[in-house]
Design a protein around this ligand. Structure first.
Ligand code: SF4
Length: 442
């Protein structure tokens, strides 16, 4: 299943894709001697998946109900009855799935009239996603690599969240030989101090004020005279660096910001710089700490089908209701608005906790590659095991900058793909609801 073709770093060899973080590095070599090119975390996770796969008797039953092993067909029938008799269903965890599996999950949601939300932070903000409120000026990671002579890490630390981001996109020299400078603003140093790198320490809660102040100065408007020492000094240094750069990239992470003010401030700052020179934002999510690696794919698939990236109150491709801060997964679960949840893969800790807090009032259908569930909810739980997301999943995902990545798995799957399990489940739900088979769908 490995592919031979050049990747984004120009390597031409047999390679496979790492699906451990949203960077989806496509230059990984797995040989008898080990895992090459991957970061430490990626290597560790891939080796653990391989070891798990090679354990004696490593292929257990494909499904279970409350820890009792079941055949796949029986489990599918039982899950279909459970879901079709539920009061209201939520489908979540889409960011762990390929675009093909997300499409199958959306088909299932429409058949059930279910709510859909991937559990991404932007859907939980009452003001909704920044891109819908203010738009975004963004670029591919490779554009940063080839064009940006000033990279500002804005209160984020890609070295931790996306371990190879700096190696792949910031460390390589600029295409035209100019020197690239980097500045880290916020609590994290990101890169050790050097002639070309500066760290400007700043408390996270001052980030919005700094963005607004810079925005005013770059727009040639009056900035407040009352700024205190570090804020004024950081503002001066950033302003000078931006003025002397040719192309500016501002790399951001997910802010713990229930209103989305910080994201909004950065969008306006980047847009103002872009009026004078090349400038763009590289919005990175939580990376390794996120609930999945295909956040961009989940957002794109839901936006294409329902007009919004998540918080879909009821899936309907003819017109869905989008309720940010109301129909996001955590609120639907913790407010008791759903009594059954279909989970694809792993979830973030707050979502797992929200499920656990509902006790036996919530039923779960989980499709995951995990041999054992880390979290064992008290309610009725039917679990399907799919092929390993780390070493044997086929399909397509989107990197966070929107680049399409066709997964090249290390080995052929011995368990069904997540997409196939969802397709089978949707057919069984149709039978259970006495609906006609879904033929001829686009
Ligand atoms: S940076 Fe992410 S995708 Fe790349 S090798 Fe490390 S864990 Fe895998």
């Amino acid at each position: 299943m490995k592919q031979e073709s050049p990747d984004s770093s120009g390597i031409d060899s047999q390679r496979c894709t790492c699906t451990v973080c949203p960077l989806l590095c496509d230059d990984i070599l797995i040989t008898a001697d080990g895992v090459e090119q991957a970061c430490g975390h990626g290597r560790e996770t891939i080796l653990a998946a391989l070891a798990n796969d090679e354990r004696p008797g490593a292929q257990p039953a494909e499904a279970s109900e409350n820890d009792q092993l079941l055949g796949r067909e029986t489990a599918t029938t039982r899950a279909a009855v459970l879901l079709s008799s539920a009061r209201r269903v939520l489908i979540t965890g889409l960011a762990n799935a390929t675009l093909e599996a997300i499409t199958a999950a959306c088909d299932l949601a429409e058949t059930l009239g279910a709510a859909v939300d991937a559990g991404l932070p932007e859907s939980a903000r009452s003001a909704g996603p920044t891109i819908a409120r203010a738009g975004e000026v963004t670029a591919a990671f490779e554009e940063l690599r080839d064009r940006a002579d000033l990279v500002i890490f804005w209160c984020c630390d890609p070295a931790t969240s996306h371990p190879r981001f700096i190696e792949r996109f910031v460390a390589p020299p600029l295409a035209d030989g100019r020197q690239r400078r980097t500045i880290a603003i916020g609590p994290d140093r990101v890169i050790p101090d050097a002639v070309t790198h500066r760290h400007l320490p700043l408390a996270r809660d001052l980030a919005v004020e700094l963005a607004r102040c810079l925005h005013l100065r770059i727009a040639g408007r009056h900035a407040p005279d009352t700024l205190d020492g570090p804020l004024a000094s950081d503002s001066n240094q950033l302003h000078d660096a931006i003025r002397s750069a040719t192309c500016v990239a501002i790399v951001t992470g997910d802010a713990d910001d229930s209103v989305g003010l910080e994201a909004w401030g950065i969008v306006y700052l980047v847009r103002t710089i872009a009026h004078e020179k090349q400038a763009f934002q590289i919005p990175l999510g939580a990376g390794l700490a996120a609930g999945g690696v295909n956040n961009a794919g989940a957002s794109a698939a839901c936006t294409w089908r329902y007009g919004a990236a998540g918080a879909i109150a009821r899936a309907d491709r003819m017109g869905s209701l989008f309720l940010p801060g109301e129909s996001d997964a955590r609120r639907l679960i913790s407010r008791g608005e759903v009594d059954a949840v279909v989970v694809l893969g792993r979830l973030s800790e707050p979502l797992e906790q929200a499920i656990a807090d509902r006790g036996d009032a919530l039923s779960l259908v989980r499709i995951s590659d995990a041999v054992e569930m880390k979290h064992r909810p008290a309610g009725r739980t039917i679990q399907f095991r799919c092929s390993s997301l780390t070493i044997a999943t086929t399909g397509t995902m989107l990197r966070e900058d929107g680049r399409r990545v066709v997964l090249a798995p290390h080995q052929q799957a011995t368990l069904p793909q997540m997409r196939q399990l969802l397709v089978d489940l949707e057919q069984a739900v149709r039978q259970s609801l006495a609906l006609p088979a879904a033929g001829g769908r686009p």
